[in-house]
Design a protein around this ligand. Structure first.
Ligand SMILES: [Cu+2]
Length: 132
């Protein structure tokens, strides 16, 4: 392999792996009041069992918000043979973003309501994921 071909192959490989790394995370953005909330889950699609979620929050001027309390209320509405399921997880601030494990008990559509308490006000960012 000549150096030029090696270089081309190398670049192609880097792009391939970068693409896979991006696709391997679930990511969605939602508004909560004047806040912009980005939810990232380390698996795409999210899976039955343990997933790791991170929540990044920006205020109306695009500045990171790190003085909030963040709680995820997630679950499924009732369906045939299954009562409504509701769970809570308090996210912990680490390196400027909020983190928590999220455990889904079954496949299907789940809601994730991200409750943000800041300045004595609670706002909610709503997400929906399809767990596999
Ligand atoms: Cu269900």
């Amino acid at each position: 392999m000549n150096p030029r071909m090696f270089f081309t192959t190398f670049i192609a490989t880097v792009f391939l792996f970068t693409g896979i790394a991006i696709a391997a995370e679930y990511q969605a953005t939602s508004k909560a009041g004047d806040l912009e909330v980005m939810l990232t889950i380390d698996k795409n699609p999210p899976v039955v069992g343990k997933n790791n979620a991170t929540i990044a929050i920006k205020d109306g001027s695009g500045q990171p918000v790190t003085d909030a309390s963040v709680r995820l209320e997630f679950g499924m509405p009732a369906m045939p043979g299954m009562p409504a399921m509701n769970y809570k997880a308090d996210a912990v601030l680490s390196d400027g973003i909020y983190k928590t494990p999220l455990t889904f008990s079954m496949a299907g559509p789940w809601f994730i309501n991200t409750k943000i308490l800041r300045n004595k006000k609670i706002v909610t960012a709503k997400f929906n994921v399809d767990v596999q």
